[in-house]
Design a protein around this ligand. Sequence first.
Ligand SMILES: NC(=O)C1=CN([C@@H]2O[C@H](COP(=O)(O)OP(=O)(O)OC[C@H]3O[C@@H](n4cnc5c(N)ncnc54)[C@H](O)[C@@H]3O)[C@@H](O)[C@H]2O)[C@@H](O)CC1
Ligand SMILES: Nc1ncnc2c1ncn2[C@@H]1O[C@H](COP(=O)(O)OP(=O)(O)O)[C@@H](O)[C@H]1O
Ligand SMILES: [Mg+2]
Length: 281
Amino acid sequence: MKLIKPDILKQVVKVRPANSYKGTFGRIVTIGGNLNYGGAIIMTTSAAVHAGAGLVTCACNSANLTALHTIVPEAMFLDYKNRPSLLNAVQSADVIVIGPGLGNDSLASDLLLQVLSQITGKQQLIIDGSALTILSQQENWPKLLPQQTILTPHQMEWQRLSGIKIADQNDLEQNLHVQQQTGATIVLKKNGTVIYHPDQTTAKLTIGGPYMATGGMGDTLAGIIAAFLGQFKNSPTKLVIEAAVYCHSAVAQQLAENNYVVLPTSIIAALPQFMQKVVNS
Ligand SMILES: NC(=O)C1=CN([C@@H]2O[C@H](COP(=O)(O)OP(=O)(O)OC[C@H]3O[C@@H](n4cnc5c(N)ncnc54)[C@H](O)[C@@H]3O)[C@@H](O)[C@H]2O)[C@@H](O)CC1
Ligand SMILES: Nc1ncnc2c1ncn2[C@@H]1O[C@H](COP(=O)(O)OP(=O)(O)O)[C@@H](O)[C@H]1O
Ligand SMILES: [Mg+2]
């Protein structure tokens, strides 16, 4: 299996062209954040903004509006119960993230199914958090996935989806067998995250560590992947996803030199400087 090396960042993160504008760097819609888990979608949204996404709209429970705009005023807001506006925003997005803090009530599963049926071949969809659990409850879920879907399960979410017990998830063949039924990219998150690409190649992360074991860490990764996909369109999707996964843990590892625990919000704040260092190096 390929190990993801530091030079992945230089291959993907490029100096911005002078004649660019916000539309050049991707329209992202993030969907999630119920009454209890507003922080999750705010972190996803903020991570996408700080990782360089051009325009980010967050669709969540309206109770989260003030917090969202206080933490990340660069993001736009949509009430996820307002179906026409949500579908409109989804239609014009380059990348959609669904799931962080979405919860698993009937509104949540309705939203997921509607988004799944609406995505076109030109868009990329990242399914994370609660949306993975909802997906695992659907009959023949692999067939519901549009082209260019990225699933970002932690080990329990992957167990729910694949039926493969956490203890057996180091078995590449078993994971590939399920992945092949989906056509999707699977980012199986753990200490030593493994990415299963649609062409059945795999790539392993060898950085990051237990200082990352904090709620919101995966929500943040989903936002970084979305931002990278939205803006680095000249690189192959495989490399862009690998670079995003590497970047998340590389920032964490750097912060861990002086911090016992690395907060997702600290990673988010450090992203712009970290990415500039990549292009300066
Ligand atoms: N601040 C917030 O609003 C937060 C909201 N969150 C959201 O909460 C929802 C539920 O997600 P959770 O992941 O907490 O709940 P899940 O029920 O999906 O997963 C947690 C369960 O899985 C088990 N588990 C086993 N291996 C694991 C592994 N490697 N990583 C994580 N869990 C493992 C845990 O012991 C626990 O029983 C998601 O929508 C998520 O986005 C979480 O991200 C935490 C922070
Ligand atoms: N011990 C660890 N070593 C390396 N990475 C870790 C460790 N613990 C957590 N992480 C990383 O943190 C993230 C956790 O994702 P997830 O469980 O979905 O978080 P949340 O849903 O709370 O945002 C993943 O990217 C995972 O790889
Ligand atoms: Mg998660």
